[in-house]
Design a protein around this ligand. Structure first.
Ligand SMILES: N[C@@H](CCC(=O)N[C@@H](CS)C(=O)NCC(=O)O)C(=O)O
Length: 207
């Protein structure tokens, strides 16, 4: 497998999962918002031929190309069933896992991405600075909901580390970098999971 990614981006969740999985892979760093002339630019025609949006992450596994981080995470989990990254042996736990993954994507990370889009990602003329207060409001609402969706255990579902723990830790790390209010409980969750050897190895690869 080949993972194309960038240090502080959604590709880190996939890199972390690959480290946790024990699968063999190559990591190829990509740069956003640099000239398409640069060979590692996300706008270079060679990269656009595998990811038409010029975004990260992209995973190439043989003939198959995936350009959505959750599809990549699920593929990693299914390719390494013994890693326990997906709760494949219990459909009810799997359903709760799916629910939380959807929640992180649809509710928790969207306000963070709104801030990203309206501060640096969108063309300047499309940015709406007033969005930032709305994003903070929406993030606080999502955090409140999450407090009711997960219990106080070390891991979000079942009794072991899974893909949704990677998603939660990385999303709260993103929230802290973007200066959103993160309750201590979720700062601790982030700190705890980032101490895993797999996370430390992934961080070393991108630093
Ligand atoms: N839904 C996609 C979103 C991918 C995405 O938007 N990635 C951002 C980085 S986190 C990106 O590459 N943005 C391109 C840009 O900002 O120019 C996923 O989860 O993989």
């Amino acid at each position: 497998m080949k993972l194309y990614g960038m240090q502080q981006s959604r590709s880190f969740r996939c890199l972390w999962a690959l480290e946790e999985s024990g699968l063999e892979y190559d990591y190829i760093p990509i740069k956003l918002r640099v000239s398409e002339e640069e060979p590692d630019s996300a706008q270079n025609p060679a990269y656009l031929s595998i990811n038409v949006q010029g975004k990260v992450p992209t995973l190439v596994d043989g003939e198959m190309i995936l350009t959505e981080s959750v599809a990549i995470l699920n593929h990693i989990g299914r390719s390494a069933p013994e890693s326990g990254l997906l709760p494949l042996d219990n459909i009810r736990i799997q359903a709760k896992h799916d629910e939380l993954v959807s929640f992180v994507l649809a509710e928790l990370e969207q306000p963070l991405w709104s801030k990203g889009k309206h501060t640096f990602a969108l063309p300047e003329e499309q940015r709406i600075p007033a969005m930032l207060e709305t994003a903070k409001f929406e993030f606080a609402k999502a955090v409140h909901t999450l407090e009711h969706l997960i219990n106080e255990n070390e891991f979000a579902v079942a009794e072991k580390f899974s893909i949704v723990d990677i998603l939660l830790a990385q999303t709260f790390n993103w929230a802290m970098r973007f200066e959103f209010d993160v309750p201590k409980r979720f700062v601790d969750l982030r700190d705890n999971h980032y101490k895993r050897p797999s996370a430390e190895r992934a961080l070393k690869l991108v630093s």
